[in-house]
Design a protein around this ligand. Structure first.
Ligand code: FES
Length: 150
């Protein structure tokens, strides 16, 4: 298990140091502001759609290593996916972050995203990890409402 924890930690560190898809999209179809009220950190999510497919997705903002890594991992995973698949992924990740008992099979479907599973033990870190995902859901359900993890 400690090898797995090392692997998870390496994924988080890598995505924090070199966030994928960091920046803005000039002609984005959806722009969502997200805030974690516990710390005041903010992120902005930009999505460019092509029909029901996420053609491009980027993010900007400041946050802790967990929130930056989670945003980076999220954008990497959903870029090129359909809206429907991305919303289904939101549900899986949300369950992993908030409910005990995600089994091996579920974690293997999540792949690299399983690196975020360790935050479940720390309620304040759950908000860090879930910020990007709530922003994604808001963007894709077209509410375009700013999101807060509170
Ligand atoms: Fe601010 Fe994690 S401490 S997002």
């Amino acid at each position: 298990m400690s090898e797995l924890n090392d692997l998870y930690r390496d994924v988080i560190l890598d995505h924090n140091r070199q966030p994928r898809n960091f920046g803005e999209i000039e002609n984005a179809d959806r722009i969502i502001e997200g805030v974690n009220p516990l710390c005041g950190d903010r992120m902005t999510l930009y999505i460019k759609l092509d029909g029901d497919q996420i053609e491009d997705v980027r993010f900007k903002g400041t946050g802790c290593a967990i929130s930056v890594a989670s945003s980076s991992l999220m954008t990497e995973r959903v870029k090129g996916s359909t809206v429907e698949d991305s919303l289904a992924l939101f549900e899986k990740v949300h369950r992993m972050l908030t409910e005990a008992g995600t089994d091996e099979a579920e974690l293997s479907v999540l792949g690299k995203l399983a690196a975020l599973s360790g935050v479940r033990e720390y309620p304040s870190r759950v908000k860090c990890a879930s910020l990007a995902w709530h922003a994604l859901k808001s963007a894709l359900t077209a509410t375009n409402e700013p999101v807060s993890t509170e």
